[in-house]
Design a protein around this ligand. Sequence first.
Ligand code: FE2
Ligand code: FE2
Length: 135
Amino acid sequence: MAKNGKKNTTAKSKNVATGETHSALLELFTDEIKDIYWAEKHLTKALPKMKKAANSPELQDAFATHLEQTKGHVERLEQVFELLDKKPQAKKCDAMEGLVKEGEGIIEDTDDGTATRDVGLILAAQKVEHYEIAT
Ligand SMILES: [Fe+2]
Ligand SMILES: [Fe+2]
């Protein structure tokens, strides 16, 4: 890409050092924010279903608490967009879509009223959290 002189990523990286806002790194950062924004919003729809599917009251409470925290994460990301002087924009996150589908699969594959259902839900929720943490 650098050979034609049009897409010189080295020059773009230099902009980071000079404090200019248009850089490949800023673009990557913004893209990742859009990705996790989609993911967190998607979770606000998935968590109530997980709560409903859970059997133990403690696990139901944990999902309810986490739903409120997730709404807070959505708001915090909107603040990040504001700091970037950009409108909040979600970009579909294939990974989170897949993780939520896995959770739905666990609900389908386990019987209501069983501890196995709850174990599966915890497992699915932990996978989601690890994706969030990594991002
Ligand atoms: Fe979150
Ligand atoms: Fe979370």
